[in-house]
Design a protein around this ligand. Structure first.
Ligand code: ADP
Ligand code: MG
Length: 233
């Protein structure tokens, strides 16, 4: 079964008397535990598409299944509950909470969705800190670590609930080339370790060499899809 399946998906924005068709009838299928990238120039519809998959914004029409559930017409409350249990997010600007330590930032989603015994919760956070190579940085605050380290923390935070799908919208846009490549490699390692499906977007085709499936968006349409052949089915 696909983890994400889209068919005839459209998204239209209406701002005043201007109408923008950001996504124009696209369809695709993503198998669990795959490592997928949407690429395309700015304005091609990448964020719009990820926001629909992440149940942050509903499609105008078409069909969208995420983790086997039809999310096309989820209400606000159901969408939030669905995200809390199934989806992790990684953002371009890291979105760490500045008043919380690295450890507390990673722990935060566990406090939101699950009522875990403290010791188990701490153990889970420690495990994620180790997985992203940040074990000795847990006590620091976001302003005390580098951009690449912040994104490592964000990867750990996205995975701490064992979400089966992680969406990362231009996760490397604010990083230099080498750091960007290392974050992509880290996300893929996490996929290998936890079997999480990663879907990321980028406008930089040079950093997608790790992706097994690359979809190219142009003007809201799928212009190409490339499968590397080593897909982890
Ligand atoms: P990308 O992430 O590839 O840069 P976006 O998905 O952000 O592209 O945008 C695709 C198109 O949809 C653009 O023309 C953009 O201006 C438009 N768009 C995105 N969000 C909105 C919105 N909330 N209201 C109106 N137009 C929007
Ligand atoms: Mg975008």
């Amino acid at each position: 079964m696909a983890i994400v399946e889209a068919e005839g998906l459209w998204k239209k924005f209406i701002a005043g008397d201007i109408e923008v068709e950001a996504i124009r009838g696209i369809g695709f299928s993503i198998v669990p535990a795959s490592f997928v990238s949407f690429i395309g120039p700015s304005g091609s519809g990448k964020s719009t598409l990820l926001n629909m998959i992440g149940c942050l914004d509903p499609p105008t029409s078409g069909r969208l299944l995420v983790a086997g559930q039809d999310v096309t017409r989820l209400g606000t409350r159901d969408a939030a509950a669905f995200r809390g249990t199934h989806i992790g997010f990684i953002f371009q600007d890291f979105n760490l909470l500045p008043v919380l330590t690295v450890f507390e930032n990673i722990e935060y989603p566990l406090l939101m969705v699950q009522n875990w015994p403290v010791a188990e919760r701490r153990a889970r956070v420690e495990k994620m800190l180790a997985a992203v190579g940040m074990s000795d940085q847990g006590h620091k605050f976001p302003h005390q670590i580098s951009g690449g380290q912040k994104q490592r923390v964000a990867v750990a935070r996205a995975l701490v609930t064992r979400a089966e799908l992680v969406l990362a919208d231009e996760p490397t846009a604010n990083l230099d080339r080498d750091t960007a490549q290392r974050i992509i490699t880290l996300m893929k390692t996490m996929r290998d370790e936890f079997g999480t499906t990663f879907i990321f977007s980028t406008h930089d085709s040079k950093i997608v060499s790790n992706a097994e499936v690359v979809f190219t968006l142009e003007d809201g349409r799928l212009a190409a899809s490339h499968h590397s052949g080593e897909a982890h089915a």
